[in-house]
Design a protein around this ligand. Structure first.
Ligand code: MLT
Length: 264
């Protein structure tokens, strides 16, 4: 497994294919294996970089909150180490928060953006308190409590009813996250900046994707982003909830493929 060391963090990543670079960032509490289908689909035409964000998968956590800026700086340092000057950068949910933080800090490193099942706004005070409580519970009781709390809201009716293998894969993937990693990310998400004012300033083509049944970052959030970002396209994927890239991998992959051809 390739890895890159940045201070106290050992970042695990995959770098497959060749062509224009595309970085895909996973959600919480997932890991880079969530992009397996998209990497397979696109690697003949593009260079796909997927990394485990700090505290997830094979990348370690620290005791401090893992802020979206920390994660964005990790990604930027990884791109430096790979000699990549500019890339299309995209992420799902928390990966989308990191993508917006990345664009805010490093706009010159971005060719195009992909924002999937995410939102630009910060947490409400109530949501922040909920995250802090969840972080405590993850540390005290294990990550299973977070996973079982999230699962019922994560997926579309079609996925839950007809695709038990997807539910199993996601549960197993989430359970790989350490309690320390989950707690650090929850605390980091709670303090993330409101990026709403950044949206009209985004000067690169942006593909927004959302599952029609996303209960965590609903379609209305994506519509708001699409209205505010000057060069945005929106795809609403039927039969998908919050994890649209796995629930409807082909539809997601084709949307991404068409967008990448358009921006190349
Ligand atoms: C995710 O999928 O990354 C999370 O649901 C994001 C969040 O909790 O806000």
């Amino acid at each position: 497994m390739p890895h890159f060391i940045r201070g106290q963090i050992r970042i695990a990543y995959d770098d497959v294919g060749s062509g224009a670079p595309v970085v895909l960032l996973h959600g919480f509490p997932f890991n880079r294996s969530m992009w397996t289908e998209q990497s397979e689909f696109l690697k003949n035409s593009y260079r796909l970089i997927t990394a485990d964000l700090r505290g997830h998968g094979e990348t370690n956590a620290t005791e401090q909150p893992a802020t979206m800026n920390d994660m964005a700086c990790d990604v930027c340092a990884l791109l430096d180490s790979l000699g990549i000057e500019k890339a299309t950068v995209g992420g799902l949910s928390m990966g989308g928060y990191v993508t917006l933080a990345f664009y805010r800090s490093f706009p010159d490193r971005v060719n195009a953006l992909v924002l999937a099942d995410t939102r630009a706004g910060a947490d409400t005070e109530e949501a922040k308190a909920g995250r802090r409580e969840q972080a405590e519970r993850a540390l005290a009781e294990g990550v299973g409590v977070i996973v079982e709390g999230m699962l019922p809201r994560l997926l579309s009716a079609e996925t839950v009813g007809k695709r038990p293998e997807v539910v199993k894969r996601l549960r197993e993937m989430m359970l790989q996250t350490s309690p320390a990693g989950a707690a650090a990310a929850l605390r980091g998400m709670a303090v993330r900046a409101d990026q709403t004012m950044l949206l009209p300033l985004i000067a690169v083509p942006t593909q927004i994707i959302v599952g029609r049944e996303d209960a965590i970052t609903p379609v209305t959030e994506s519509e708001k982003m699409a209205q505010s970002i000057p060069e945005a396209r929106l795809r609403v994927i039927p039969g998908a909830g919050h994890v649209s890239n796995i629930e409807q991998a082909t539809d997601f992959g084709q949307t991404l493929g068409e967008f990448l051809r358009w921006v190349s």
